[in-house]
Design a protein around this ligand. Sequence first.
Ligand SMILES: [Zn+2]
Length: 435
Amino acid sequence: MDARRTTWRSGAAGAAAAAALAALLPLGGWGQGGDGGDGHGRPDDRGRGDRARNVIFIQGDGLGLSHREVVRLATVGKDGQLAMDSLEHAGWTTTDSADPEEAVTDSAAGATAFASGVRTYNGAVGVDAAGNPVPTLLERARGAGKATGLVTTAQVTDATPGAFGAHVPDRGDQSEIARQFLESSRPDVVLGGGEDWWYPEGDPGAWPDNPAKDPTEQSRGTAGNLVERAQELGYTYVTDAEGLAAAGRGRLLGLFANEEMFEQRNEGEGDLYEPEVPLVDMTAKALDVLSRDRDGFFLLVEEEAVDEFAHRSNATRTIQAGQALDETVALALDFASRHRGTLVLVVGDHATGGLAIENVDDEDESGEGATTEDGPFDLAGSDLQFTVDWTTGGHTGEATPLTAQGPGAEDLTGAQRNTDVHDVVLRAMLGRGRG
Ligand SMILES: [Zn+2]
């Protein structure tokens, strides 16, 4: 892996030149990413121009600006700041897909734009608009000798993690996504929900079929017993917090629910956000395992419940999921502060629900039904309250905020296309000209 990485990065001549250049620089290493030749880069600008040894790519599915703001107001109030808003650099990214029929993206096309830098049709996972597989950041990282991981509160074979580690024309083909994780992209760590896709019908696995909290859930895999296959390939399989804590530092597969790690329903209809293992704990374990690789790592972390509860116009749970995400961002920033060369970014693939933060009044302009107002909620640190109103049960097409810190983060400022985010991360990870 090391030899391969050296060749990939720069070749022998490049390595010699790098060593010579590094000797001239008072602080830090060298790199081709960073200032982009605009003359702003300075040799003493610590961190700038370095490669991103590690990348922690954090996505809030459906995380628009108003979603970040409702979490902020409910959690830390007007004068407070969330961890996700404390990163050094900020910008926004468009969310467009290349769907022939729909103007607004879905999570599959959104994730493919981030993972592979191409716009594609809605429902496409890791393939371009013509259906051809396109290499992903995770695969490129692995090719460079880095450790890789996928962590999500969704099913691990859902659209977002799928688009980083698999290539299928239809996001519904989740057992095939799982199979490709094992046989092709081979992330070192895979943690989340979705055990139902890993076992064939009739074999419940660790999570019983037809549980009371959602009787529709049952094993429905179409690619045989993939947990057994994972174990043959050297993965340790865990299904609860104790198992996760006890797992060693080798390859790790953790499936902590039949489907999503929460119950996405309207308020009072069995809605539940109590993941078997909190996102922050899954992420901590992933960082512990992946950070052992001396070539660094690429880790995708996703909080899916922001989107899923916004689809249900459930502001209480949307806020709760946003708080879980923010706790995880704080962990990532703490890791980055102790591991130089770590790029952390927080972004949303699109927004969901048309969430509006409103004063409390008697009128609900959006009417009853799916878009009924929620609240009132307490505005933290004050005597004020606000309500949350909804426009739609679907996705919305505006740009989403992007915050970043670490090597390459300065190139994630201002207006970005979602495909640009991929380009910047790839360049930060592997060097300019390797895109
Ligand atoms: Zn959605």
